[in-house]
Design a protein around this ligand. Structure first.
Ligand SMILES: [Zn+2]
Length: 291
């Protein structure tokens, strides 16, 4: 059986984005509601000595949803949003191979056709083992109108503490650079929108004025993958590990921020950011502001 994917005239390759996000303020990414408390998503880890720790979590599935939404809601020069122009939304995706959203995020028209997504998301477990904080919020907006109710339901919500670091990754399988531009746009645009409700948003964590960001383009996987173990809870150790993995390609340590080999290219820090920004701008020209 074939993959169902059309042959491309443009070169296909694999691309990976590795990053460490930082929450610049409290962050709410809901998991479930428990007796009037909105809980944030957490995971439980067991260490070698059997003790359990909990960590805040920005799940890859949720991040993927935020990215897809940022494409659906992208403004075009017609005054309509991209999702409306392409008649592609959630849950009803358009399932067209030339749709910049469905092409990489995948789509399904139940019983008819399916486009396999070629972008997968990973990581998201916070480095620091800092529990969420529960806060009393103003009354839920939906309840304000009920004037006759004697005791209004208190509304409490957990928040991920600010300053938590979230290592994560994005993997593009056999994409053209044109297809990748949608993912680059979604990755950058969704930074300000990660979360559910307010406040929300993350930033790229910086060290020595360089974002903790890597972009790999390759046919041959030559670099060490800068993926951090969720067991690392020490920020200094996490940053050092990320940097060491980032700078190790085919058994050698590199100082440069762009490491180029015949079938492998790695961009680190600002080099990676500028590359993503260039791709995102190309996406805007091709799909949002083009004639
Ligand atoms: Zn679509």
């Amino acid at each position: 059986m074939s993959t169902g994917l059309n042959t491309s005239e443009e070169k296909r390759e694999h691309l990976d984005i590795y990053a460490i996000f930082e929450g610049p303020q409290e962050l709410y990414f809901g998991d479930r509601v428990q007796i009037n408390v909105n809980l944030v998503e957490q995971i439980t880890l067991e260490s070698a000595d059997g003790t359990q720790i909990k960590k805040c979590y920005i799940s890859p599935t949720k991040r993927r949803g935020v990215e897809r939404r940022s494409l659906i809601w992208a403004p075009t020069n017609t005054g309509a949003l991209l999702g409306d122009v392409r008649e592609c939304g959630i849950p009803k995706t358009c399932v067209k191979q030339d749709c910049p959203i469905c092409a990489i995020y995948g789509a399904m028209d139940a019983g008819n056709s399916t486009l396999i997504g070629r972008l997968t998301h990973g990581g998201g477990v916070a480095i620091q083992a800092l529990p969420p904080e529960e806060k009393q919020r103003a009354m839920h907006p939906a309840l304000i109108a009920r004037k006759n109710e004697e005791s209004p339901t208190p509304f409490r919500r957990e928040y991920n503490e600010p300053g938590l670091l979230y290592p994560n990754s994005n993997h593009f399988l056999s994409v053209t650079e044109k297809e990748f531009t949608a993912g680059a746009y979604a990755f950058l645009d969704s930074l300000a929108r990660v979360g559910a409700g307010n406040p929300k948003g993350v930033k790229l964590f910086e060290k020595d004025n360089q974002p903790m960001l890597i972009v790999d383009r390759y046919l041959s996987p030559m670099g060490k993958r800068p993926i951090l173990s969720p067991h690392i809870s020490d920020t200094k150790q996490a940053i050092e590990t990320f940097e060491r993995l980032a700078r190790t390609v085919h058994g050698k340590l590199y100082k440069e921020n762009t490491i180029k080999m015949e079938r492998f290219e790695r961009k680190i820090g600002d080099d990676a950011l500028v590359y993503l920004q260039t791709c995102a701008d190309q996406f805007v020209q091709d799909h949002l502001q083009g004639s």
